[in-house]
Design a protein around this ligand. Structure first.
Ligand code: FE2
Length: 283
């Protein structure tokens, strides 16, 4: 019983992403899903792609399957074309979000719709609870104009993709892990304090400039992740110039994870079944 005190969450783990390659050879910064940060339950992977050299992204992500979790694509710059084996297609343009609940299975591709210029964004993998792993696939595709921006004191702005900031609620709904996904922009000298649900796991990733986290003002440089410990809120400042930080929080599942490439289930048997079903064209 702390009498309603606001205890900012401390930094529990701090790490840099590591260079990786995925799809048909897209170069990216892997932030979660590395030897240092294997996962942040329910988040299984975070990749940042950012390059103005087409050789780094032009090969794209040709047809590949997913089962048992959700993929979230947040585009910051550039354009990709999405298509799947159910005939669903869409365009991922700068500022848009695609939240794909793969569920029982989907085979899809994400290919660049540009041959030069900057391509930048994130892909986040969010686990599904055991009871939902075989749910019907579902897409939530949000154009930039439908992502609300909360203006906070001191010039801080927050794009609310999922969750609520003050009286601003993001468009993503009906997700089992009750996620919060925010794009935070702090001006030089800016300060932000936001309550976070108790029990949610949370992390911050600095993708422009650098920020300082918690009461200890732990330095979070560009390309680094801070996994937060428990507490009431997230406290973030920008003492070294303007900064942009991705914040994600979600209710941990605390369930066994069996993963193999694009399949994330609870047991090795379920993984074998996923591979069999994919090979037999049952996705
Ligand atoms: Fe994918």
């Amino acid at each position: 019983m702390d009498g309603g005190m606001n205890r900012p969450r401390p930094v529990a783990r701090l790490a840099r992403g590591m260079p990786a390659s995925d799809g048909a050879g897209v170069k990216l910064n892997r932030v979660i899903g590395t030897p240092q940060i294997a996962d942040v339950d329910p988040f299984l992977m975070l990749d940042e792609f950012r390059s103005d050299d087409a050789a780094d992204y032009i090969a794209g992500f040709p047809d590949h399957p997913h089962r048992g979790f959700e993929t979230v694509t947040y585009m910051l710059a550039g354009r990709m074309r999405h298509g799947d084996n159910k005939g669903h297609t869409g365009r991922l343009e700068a500022g848009s979000v695609q939240w794909m609940t793969a569920g029982r299975g989907i085979v899809h591709s994400e290919m660049p719709e540009q041959e030069n210029g900057l391509m930048q964004g994130f892909q986040l993998w969010v686990n599904l609870p055991a009871k939902d792993k075989m749910t019907e696939p579902r897409y939530q595709e949000i154009p930039p104009r439908d992502i609300p921006v909360a203006a906070l004191p001191g010039g801080v702005t927050v794009k609310v993709i999922a969750g609520t900031v003050g009286d601003t609620t993001g468009p993503i709904n009906g997700i089992a892990t009750e996620p919060i996904l925010l794009d935070l922009a702090l001006p030089a000298g800016g300060r932000l304090s936001l309550p976070l649900p108790h029990g949610h796991n949370a992390f911050l990733y600095a993708f422009e400039g650098e920020a300082a986290v918690g009461e200890t003002a732990t330095r979070l440089t560009r390309g680094s992740i801070a996994v937060l410990g428990q507490g009431d809120s997230v406290l973030l400042t920008a003492p070294a110039g303007a900064a942009r930080v991705l914040l994600a929080a979600g209710r941990p599942l605390n369930e066994p994870v069996a993963r193999y490439g694009p399949f994330v289930m609870n047991t090795p048997d379920q993984l074998r079944q996923a591979i069999l079903d994919f090979q037999a064209g049952r996705f």
